[in-house]
Design a binder for this molecule. Structure first.
Ligand code: GDP
Length: 195
């Protein structure tokens, strides 16, 4: 898969179902805790620094952001979960939006869940993964910031994530670095195989 970085654009920042775009393309959603490296991942995959990612900060309107990636597929950026300060109301709103998108959107072929390779998954990570599995949504786990771990220890860290999330042997987990671009080719292959 080859992506023309000049052809990556936000389609819409949607606040409700009625605004989801009709592109005819497959969608790949992206979930992960704030600061996990999602913006960096999107930029690495899209091949440039400048994808103007709209990030959902606590207190801001919760939106689902749709990006047309070179007319090949659509990345759907799911707002980060696990804000410590998120109010109950915000959490509920997050839940409604995300649940209805993830469980009802037929264009969505897989969810990329980003998890920091350096640490065991948090309770939020585990809850998110269980949610995806419960609804039988195909999951690709991207374990971010792999350049921060010695090469000889990467497999051990991958093993911790596999065990704590209770991944099935066939579930895909890819250690990835936006800095070194480790496994970028595997990420392209996975996406290409799903869309
Ligand atoms: P987001 O909040 O999930 O969008 O996270 P960002 O992409 O903004 O990254 C959060 C922080 O982690 C930033 O300081 C990034 O420079 C850093 N970061 C993201 N990906 C990597 C990576 O692969 N390796 C390293 N070393 N740092 C990373």
């Amino acid at each position: 898969m080859k992506i023309n970085p000049n052809q990556v654009d936000i389609i819409i920042s949607a606040v409700s179902k009625e605004q989801y775009p009709e592109t005819g393309l497959s969608e790949i959603s992206l979930a992960g805790r704030s600061n996990v490296g999602k913006s960096s991942f999107i930029n690495a995959v899209c091949g440039r620094k400048g994808v103007a990612r709209i990030s959902s900060k606590p207190g801001k309107t919760i939106t689902l952001n749709f990006y047309d990636v070179d007319n090949q597929f659509v990345f759907v950026d799911v707002p980060g979960y696990g804000y410590a300060k998120q109010s109950k109301k915000e959490r509920e709103k997050w839940g409604e939006m995300i649940e209805s998108y993830l469980t009802g959107r037929k264009e969505m072929k897989a969810c990329i869940q980003l998890i920091d390779l350096r640490h065991p998954p948090t309770n939020d990570d585990i809850q998110m993964y269980d949610f995806l599995k419960y609804y039988e949504i195909p999951v690709i786990v991207i374990a971010t910031k792999s350049d921060k771990i010695a090469k000889s220890r990467i497999e051990k860290h991958v093993g911790v994530i596999r065990r704590e999330l209770r991944l099935e042997p066939e579930d895909v987990i890819i250690p990835f670095s936006s800095v070194s671009k480790q496994n970028l080719d595997r990420v392209y292959e996975e996406i290409a195989g799903r869309i």
